[in-house]
Design a protein around this ligand. Structure first.
Ligand code: FES
Length: 88
């Protein structure tokens, strides 16, 4: 089981505990943390989040990512992680 710490835009940190079998986007949705998204297939880049600590694995990723970015719809945690939500 992995812990996902989420730094939200108001500066608070929430923690979720997940098995790492589902995408981070799905896990966040199931815990009522809403993340902007569109294709859910690794194509559009709408779901990019910041990875502040830990490691993830991407299933499919057709979007060029900068260092420290992850695609929430394709990434699964492989360690405890900390992510930052983007402000829109
Ligand atoms: S929702 Fe399109 S890449 Fe994640």
């Amino acid at each position: 089981m992995f812990k996902i710490d989420i730094d939200n835009i108001s500066g608070k940190t929430e923690s979720l505990y997940v098995y790492g079998e589902k995408s981070i986007l799905t896990e966040l949705e199931e815990h009522n943390v809403l993340v902007e998204h569109s294709c859910r297939q690794g194509h559009c880049g709408t779901c990019i989040l910041q990875l502040l600590a830990g490691d993830v694995i991407h299933e499919d990723c057709l979007v060029p990512l900068s260092r420290g970015e992850i695609l929430a719809c394709q990434a699964k945690p492989t360690t405890d992680i900390k992510i930052g939500l983007r402000s829109f």
